[in-house]
Write a protein that binds this ligand. Structure first.
Ligand SMILES: [Zn+2]
Length: 142
């Protein structure tokens, strides 16, 4: 029959079982299908969601520098903020720091398309997460 080649495994001990079994012979746990790759499916969905976030009206025009980051992690944080607003962005190593010592840690310019500059500046001027603004819905008071 179909689905006969989907081996069942015990989620607890990992022991494989034929499809006719329902519970693990060793620890009586309900068996699950071994070939499920839920993790990779979630990752693909995440990437698709990120692409869908970008608003086309913010992706026109030449690239303009809107911000400056001290290092790559800070640059990625700023890019994340921009993406939240639907603004595509890219980073460029700041001029004068293109020596090998600075490749990983050097400052970065953040660039966005001309049509997204205004929205980008608003997004970057918004209070950062973790600030003590009680009206910030992203930072619920515990
Ligand atoms: Zn088991």
């Amino acid at each position: 029959m179909a689905a006969g080649d989907a081996p069942l495994v015990c989620p607890s001990c990992g022991l494989e079982h034929p499809p006719s079994e329902r519970f693990c012979r060793a620890c009586a746990m309900p068996l699950v299908y071994a070939h499920r790759t839920r993790q990779s499916a979630e990752r693909t969905g995440e990437r698709r969601m990120q692409a869908r976030k970008i608003k086309p009206q913010y992706s026109e025009g030449k690239l303009v520098k809107v911000a400056y980051a001290q290092n790559q992690p800070e640059a990625e944080l700023l890019q994340g903020l921009l993406l939240e607003e639907g603004i595509p962005s890219m980073t460029r190593r700041a001029a004068g720091f293109d020596v090998p010592d600075f490749l990983a840690a050097g400052p970065r310019d953040i660039l966005v398309p001309e049509s997204g500059v205004e929205a980008a500046q608003q997004a970057l001027n918004a209070p950062a997460p973790g600030s003590t603004d009680p009206a910030d819905p992203l930072d619920p008071v515990s």
